[in-house]
Design a protein around this ligand. Structure first.
Ligand SMILES: [Zn+2]
Length: 320
């Protein structure tokens, strides 16, 4: 299996009212590096794309990439560039990207041209930024590609923010990592989210598990679903007793606390996501946590209750 380390440069509407729904960013450059299983560089791909959605270059894009409208007019149309690119990728490969946006924007662009069948999802890939955070960082903060390059002592040659340079740097960062270790932390992009129960994703990692549900008509329906609410222990598969039922917590997520007799506390977190068609699907993370962390969930629930009471009180006061 080869690794395709890919980076896109993109442009956006010069003014927010010029924004085209479903495709906030138009890809204007593809840069990619192909590595074999051992990490040897065996190919390079680069295309400039002639903009068709946002023809004016946003000043941020212009400043970041140094590209001009004149240069881009010499580019090829997106569908042609994509066919070339996917042919070049070959049959047996896995994408590597810096961060989680590149493949999302790629699929949005594909959908705009009704080409989504060219890249069936959900796409499994390696988010090198996430791997860097896990292997070298504090596990929480995301770093810039430039920071990772400096941190790992990789020689800086070209600038940053041109697709093929960023792909090259990302490849070099990826190559510092143990590939078998990286494989344990794969990512699944669910822009092409599950459409049926059968397609639902159940991903299990060392310390956490992630479930991506099928679509529902609304939030209430999603949160009522037994599969969505389930807190079965992802280590042993046995039911974990609910200590705190699902509640609406901070940052618009739902939380719960469960306990497996054998594996201890499990924190449940659900984020409800909206599809482009305004349908709802649930992304649930179950994570093994310490007793201290478990207590924090109880505190959060109390805080939320207090806030709600205060709000109700204010509203009643105003009404009176
Ligand atoms: Zn268990």
């Amino acid at each position: 299996m080869d690794y395709i380390v890919v980076d896109f440069e993109w442009n956006q509407a010069a003014y927010s009212k010029g924004n085209v729904p479903g495709v906030p960013f138009e890809i204007i450059e593809i840069g990619a590096v192909k590595l074999d299983e051992q990490g040897n560089k065996i190919g390079e791909f680069q295309r400039l794309i002639r903009p068709a959605i946002y023809k004016r270059l946003h000043y941020v894009t212009k400043n970041l990439t140094g590209l001009t409208e004149k240069e881009l007019r010499k580019g090829v149309k997106f569908p042609y560039a994509l066919v070339d690119f996917l042919m070049w990728c070959g049959k047996d490969y896995r994408f590597c990207t810096w961060g989680n946006l590149d493949l999302l924007e790629l699929q949005r662009n594909l959908k705009y041209y009704h080409l989504e069948d060219m890249l069936p999802g959900p796409i499994t890939y390696y988010n090198v930024q996430k791997l860097f955070r896990i292997f070298y960082g504090d596990g929480k903060d995301a770093s810039s590609l430039e920071h990772a390059v400096e941190f790992l002592g990789i020689k800086k040659q070209d600038g940053f923010h041109r697709a093929v340079c960023d792909a090259e740097y990302t490849a070099q960062v990826f190559n510092k990592m143990d590939k078998a270790e990286a494989a344990r932390w794969y990512t699944v992009d669910y822009y092409q989210n599950p459409r049926s129960r059968k397609e639902e994703l159940h991903l299990v990692y060392d310390t956490y598990a992630k479930d991506v549900s099928r679509e529902f008509g609304g939030k209430e329906e999603a949160m009522k679903d037994r599969g969505v609410r389930s807190t079965r222990c992802f280590v042993c598969g046995k039911p974990a007793a609910k200590k705190i039922r699902w509640f609406a917590g901070k940052n618009r997520a739902y939380y719960c606390l469960a306990q497996c007799r054998e594996h201890g506390y499990i924190r449940g977190k659900i984020r409800l996501k909206k599809t482009d068609e305004d349908r709802i699907f649930a992304v649930k993370t179950l994570r093994l946590i310490t007793e201290e962390e478990a207590e924090k969930i109880g505190e959060m629930k109390k805080d939320m209750q207090k806030k709600r009471q205060e709000k109700r009180h204010r509203e009643e006061h105003h009404a009176g």
